[in-house]
Design a protein around this ligand. Structure first.
Ligand SMILES: CSC[C@H]1O[C@H](OP(=O)(O)O)[C@H](O)[C@@H]1O
Length: 342
């Protein structure tokens, strides 16, 4: 299993996901500023993974903060990390969790605070792996045996602390003895599918084929796809799902062809403060992600670009939302809050 991120005595070590699959290179962050940069530049990416990274980034910041300016510096640490990427709610969930711990330790010696912060960040990491395994266990029975699973982007070990959410469901189905293979959408423009999902599944010897994004409809119509399983970055209380751009199109084509469309995500991806998905902030990313591939231009100079990193899939296209506490079914306004409270 690939190691996405690790807390070490030398700093937080993570595989540089901008270099995969050609280069397996690691980055070590020793400050919260370096961690913020790693999140913003997608050295580490994926909703749960950037939540873990943010928690570790807060701990790094507290380790180096000036005890005489602690409250002011802690605020800057959290706001800097919160400003990195707007869509994945896991980032804000993790920062809020570290803030609650900080508040609960007011007046305690700096050494005790630092130790508690590091311990909490490590706990966020360990809990995420267990959560993903539970998501896998709930999702595996939903995967039709003997068929192909279509997935979009990367919601695997590389998008989490380990095991993955959508790929966790796939891993659990394979571990349960199901005879399945995977079609991975390349997922332009950042190519998480081509560069990360294919690489991950090959590491686990799970049969995977790469398809281009514009092939999804053809295969969904073919009868070959047993189900679609994707991750999520933020889910509103009505079950609208923000995920990597292109997910919406896959979901509509899945419904058109009667293919179940599942979203696999931890409860920490729910944003029950939002009534519907149109309220979810959509990150706009640099034009060069669209006009270049590994620095090679694929469009004329000065090409104007739109590059929304996510889109929102309305709940009517979502067959079920697989969480660590079970599978939510429509009406999501009732099932999601109930699951979140369990
Ligand atoms: C485990 S869900 C990961 C989720 O995050 C990805 O976005 P990005 O690669 O930009 O961080 C994508 O939406 C995945 O579904």
């Amino acid at each position: 299993m690939v190691e996405t991120i690790q807390w070490t005595d030398a700093g937080v070590v993570m595989i540089d996901q901008t270099r995969l699959p050609r280069v397996e290179e690691f980055v070590t962050c020793t400050t919260y500023e370096e961690m913020a940069h790693a999140i913003k530049t997608m050295v580490i990416r994926g909703a749960p993974a950037i939540g873990v990274a943010a928690a570790m980034g807060v701990a790094l910041g507290v380790l180096k903060a000036d005890p005489a300016q602690l409250d002011a510096e802690f605020e800057v640490i959290c706001s800097t990390l919160a400003a990195t990427r707007p869509t994945a709610v896991n980032l804000f969930w993790a920062i809020d969790r570290m803030k609650k711990l900080y508040t609960s330790m007011q007046g305690q010696p700096i050494e005790a605070l630092r130790e508690a912060m590091v311990k909490e960040a490590k706990l966020v990491y360990l809990e995420d792996i267990a959560i993903n395994e539970a998501i896998g266990a709930h999702g595996a029975p939903l995967v039709p045996d003997g068929k192909t699973v279509l997935t979009h982007c990367n919601a695997g070990a590389l998008a989490t602390a380990g095991f993955g959410t959508a790929l966790g469901v796939i891993r659990a189905a394979v571990n349960a003895g199901k005879n399945i293979d995977v079609f991975a959408d390349e997922t332009r423009p950042f190519l998480q599918g081509a560069r990360l999902t294919v690489w991950e599944l090959q590491q686990d010897n799970i049969p995977v084929k790469l398809i281009t994004d514009n092939m999804a409809g053809h295969f969904l119509k073919s009868g070959r796809i047993g189900c679609v399983v994707v991750g999520a970055d933020r889910i509103a209380r009505n079950g609208d799902v923000a995920n990597k751009v292109g997910t919406y199109g896959v979901a509509v084509l899945a419904k058109e062809n009667g293919v179940p469309f599942y979203v696999a995500a931890p409860i920490s991806t729910l944003d029950l403060t939002l009534d519907h998905g149109d309220q979810i902030p959509i990150e706009q990313r640099p034009s060069t992600e669209v006009t270049e591939v590994f620095g090679v231009p694929v469009a004329p100079e000065n090409t104007q670009v739109e590059n929304p990193a996510f889109d929102v899939t309305p709940n009517r296209y979502v067959t079920g939302i697989i969480t660590e506490k079970g599978v939510a079914r429509p009406p999501y306004e009732e099932s999601l809050p109930r699951l979140a409270q369990e």
